[in-house]
Design a protein around this ligand. Structure first.
Ligand code: SF4
Length: 440
């Protein structure tokens, strides 16, 4: 299994201010407020100022836990958390590589994640009993996942399973809670990421199954089209925001669902759906190469020069040669980090939505919910763990469902959790197996 994470290559620049808006003090849990007050009182947000402050908490924690501590962050985190996590010996990766870290490093007993909750929960699902997983801010949810909680998806899946029986298998994108990953395991489906969705969908279809793809309709549609499935055989369920109250398949929808080879849950990522084909054309007409993430709408993917996962986009930037000009359609912090790194090698990077033309309104945005993990949360989490008093609300267990407004978690009983872990692991292990078998 290839789960090694290489350095992101991102360098801390002492004079470049932190790319992260300060959170209001009342957004912090009580236990984190003392750290936030100190941070907010710092004269600026330059690494030269922030680092000595953060060192006061991070270095004693590193000393205390030694090799048993593992810090993790996702590429979409605000630039400085990515850099800080690496500075303290941690790893930065996409969701696939993050998911494997606990299982691949049994010597790491305390795992601290700065990213969104589903990523931490996936790590916890694959973790061993003596490993604990902590998220620096439990309010860091993924908006796509928030529109596909199990209490929303399960009643609809039940109707589909009643009609199609074991002919239906669920593919759960990594951006789902553990309860939906378990549903994928139970129905003979698997988990997927944006880099292996085509492999997983192909595998499920080769077993003669109809697919329910959750939660991202765009990745599901892009993947189905990439596999050559006719568009009239791809059916999308409504935007979950419009049917939260009823959670029933309408009788008018059954014809299309019966015909479909792939049924898409109607969720989406607000960060990736701002992209329009006209933006792609604008850059291409000026000689730029355009690469986008497949959570973007199909028309955008079709207009671009290439599409692929976070890892694909990062490699494209890091392998570009001097003089290349690349526009990237994905999360804003990622593009900012990519631009900083590429500039040093003479490569120009722009964000797809940052068009200097009044006909296009607004620029590219970052994943605001993921960036709720800021330096005070990292400092506080490490210090509270070292002092032996971490808040239980920051501990992540498989099957937890979090209310991202209050951070309150609904937790399964031990027996329920063990059952969920068995089914969710089945879905994750199928993905890992399919992916690793396809490696050249
Ligand atoms: S960028 Fe979109 S899909 Fe990714 S974690 Fe943020 S909200 Fe979720």
């Amino acid at each position: 299994m290839n789960s090694a994470i290489r350095s992101s290559g991102i360098l801390l620049q002492p004079e470049l201010p932190i790319c992260q808006t300060d959170l209001p003090l009342d957004w912090y849990q009580e236990e984190f407020k003392p750290y936030a007050e100190e941070y907010l009182a710092l004269p600026d947000r330059k690494p030269g100022t922030v680092l000595p402050w953060l060192d006061r908490y991070a270095l004693p924690a590193l000393d205390h836990f030694g090799d048993s501590l593992l810090l993790l962050a996702h590429f979409y985190m605000g630039g400085e958390i990515v850099k800080l996590v690496e500075r303290y010996g941690g790893k930065v990766a996409d969701s696939y590589a993050l998911a494997l870290q606990a299982a691949r490093h049994p010597e790491k007993k305390v795992i601290v994640e700065s990213a969104v909750h589903f990523m931490a929960e996936t790590i916890a699902t694959l973790a061993r009993a003596d490993q604990s997983v902590w998220i620096t801010n439990p309010k860091a949810g993924c908006t796509m996942e928030m529109l596909a909680k199990d209490w929303m998806v399960q009643p609809v899946a039940d109707q589909l399973l009643e009609r199609y029986g074991d002919q239906l298998a669920v593919i759960a994108y990594m951006n789902t809670g553990g309860r939906l990953k378990a549903l994928a395991g139970r129905t003979g489906g698997a988990v997927c990421t944006s880099s292996n969705a085509h492999l997983v969908m192909d595998w499920v279809r080769s077993r003669g199954k109809k697919v329910l793809f959750v939660p991202d309709q765009h990745l599901g549609r892009n993947t189905a089209v990439r596999l050559g499935i006719a568009r009239e055989r791809i059916a999308a369920l409504p935007d979950p925001q419009t049917w939260r109250a009823s959670l029933r398949v309408s009788s008018a929808d059954w014809d299309a669902l019966d015909r479909a080879e792939v049924i898409l849950w109607g969720s989406y990522c607000g960060v990736h759906t701002i992209f329009k084909p006209a933006m792609v054309h604008w850059w291409k007409q000026r000689g730029w190469k355009v690469l986008v993430h497949p959570e973007s709408p199909l028309e955008v993917v079709e207009a671009a020069d290439g599409s692929g996962s976070t890892d694909y986009l990062w490699k494209a930037v890091m392998n570009a040669t001097a003089g290349e000009r690349i526009v990237i359609g994905t999360e804003g912090h990622f593009v900012r980090n990519a631009r900083e790194q590429a500039r040093q090698r003479g490569v120009e990077i722009m964000h797809l939505a940052d068009i200097p033309d009044p006909a296009f309104q607004g620029g590219g945005c970052g994943c605001a919910t993921m960036s709720r993990n800021d330096p005070p949360h990292l400092a506080g989490m490490l210090d509270l763990l070292r002092r032996g008093c971490p808040p239980e609300i920051n501990r992540v267990l498989a099957g937890d469902v979090v209310d991202e407004t209050t951070a309150v978690r609904e937790r399964l009983s031990d027996a329920e959790r063990q059952s969920l872990i068995r089914e969710a692991r089945l879905a994750l292990e199928r993905m890992i197996d399919i992916t690793e078998r396809a490696r050249p």
